[in-house]
Design a protein around this ligand. Structure first.
Ligand SMILES: NC(=O)c1ccc[n+]([C@@H]2O[C@H](COP(=O)([O-])OP(=O)(O)OC[C@H]3O[C@@H](n4cnc5c(N)ncnc54)[C@H](OP(=O)(O)O)[C@@H]3O)[C@@H](O)[C@H]2O)c1
Length: 334
């Protein structure tokens, strides 16, 4: 089977190439596409040189599955064109809430893939949503979640390669006592944090918060109430989340821990002593989503607190898209 990655030179595109290299998917040809400025650049895949092609001239009929990792402006224009000739798995926010398009985290709602032919497009959720629903799913199945309150601590790589460079350059300038320039972020990110991700929408919320709330409900259950505060922090990779979950049914902490220990794609690290929890640096490069600090909410006997960390470029983006492709190939593509 042939595959294409649009946005192959970006943060998510590069990771998609790495994951495809390790995946069991049998790949005959991989085509790599980016903007005009990258045309002719070489990227290696399984020791073979692949030349970057320009999006404008690209023939989407060459591949059965195409990963898009080039942002929502590109997705809006090019995904519908591509989807006439190839199955598209899109990382952008553009199609996620469209009613005819499945938004999929395979461990949680793989069966939604059965509708992929309606538009030939499958949407990949927001990075903060993907890691959260993995944790919520087994708890919702057992105790029925009433409400979730989440605060995120999101790494700069979630905003792409230029934003990651901005953290590095600002850090160097700060340490050299030089003037700090902010271009990709609204304020200085080095030695700081910014309680604002994506644009403001309504009622004082940001689009990132809106996405988390609505995508979680679309993937898991529309009846779940949810509220989010999304914060950008000066961490290179891995998003962290402080999560408060209120159940409809009474729960036991023992059972919660047992369920989370078996949750697909997750690992519990929670010894409740110095260092007995996961930090973003430790989650970087791992395919797993980590859960720590699991404890009762002492202000509400039906509620629970926990800490979730995952590599935003892996489960939050590239890994999830490759898992979608694997599931499609295994069960849904004839
Ligand atoms: N980063 C994350 O953690 C994360 C998580 C979930 C979803 N996503 C989503 O994934 C997508 C990619 O994010 P990213 O972080 O990888 O961004 P990025 O590092 O900025 O990379 C953007 C990619 O898009 C390409 N591109 C830009 N303009 C283009 C054009 N006019 N024509 C063709 N290609 C173009 C770039 O190619 P050039 O190098 O040639 O400019 C580059 O390959 C976004 O929709 C983002 O919201 C990201």
């Amino acid at each position: 089977m042939n595959f294409t990655i649009v946005g192959a030179t970006g943060k998510v595109g590069r990771k998609t190439i790495d994951i495809l290299e390790k995946s069991k998917i049998k790949i005959d040809n991989l085509f790599l596409v980016a903007s005009k400025k990258s045309v002719g650049k070489i990227i290696y895949f399984k020791k073979k040189k692949i030349k970057i092609e320009a999006l404008e001239n690209y023939n989407f009929g060459k591949a059965k599955i195409t990963f898009f990792a080039a942002g929502s402006i590109i997705a809006k224009k090019w995904v519908p064109i591509a989807a006439k000739k190839t199955i598209v798995i899109d990382n952008s926010k553009y199609f996620r809430m469209h009613k005819d398009i499945s938004l999929v985290v395979p461990e949680v709602n793989e069966s939604a893939l059965k509708n992929y032919k309606k538009r030939n497009i499958i949407a990949n959720p927001n990075c903060s949503t993907a890691q959260l629903v993995l944790v919520l799913k087994p708890l919702h199945d057992k105790f029925k979640i009433k409400r979730v309150v989440v605060s995120t601590y999101q790494a700069v790589s979630g905003a792409g390669k230029a934003s990651t460079e901005e953290l590095f350059s600002q850090t160097k300038d700060y340490l050299k006592n030089k003037k700090i320039k902010s271009k990709n972020f609204t304020k200085q990110i080095a030695f700081n944090l910014i309680p604002h991700i994506d644009e403001f929408v309504k009622d004082g919320y940001t689009k990132e918060e809106w996405k988390m709330e609505n995508e979680t409900r679309k993937i898991l259950d529309k009846s779940i109430k949810m509220t989010a505060t999304c914060v950008r922090v000066p961490v290179k990779t891995s998003h962290s989340e402080s999560v408060n979950i209120e159940f409809i049914k009474p729960y036991s902490l023992h059972k919660v821990k047992a369920l989370l220990k078996k949750a697909p794609g997750c690992k519990v690290i929670d010894t409740q002593k110095n260092g007995g929890y996961i930090t973003p640096l430790e989650a970087e490069g791992s395919y797993l989503t980590y859960i720590s600090r699991i404890r009762k909410d002492n202000s509400n006997k039906k509620a629970l607190n926990l800490w979730v960390v995952s590599d935003n470029l892996l489960k939050g983006a590239a890994l999830n898209t490759v898992q979608i492709a694997e599931a499609l190939i295994k069960k849904y593509i004839k």
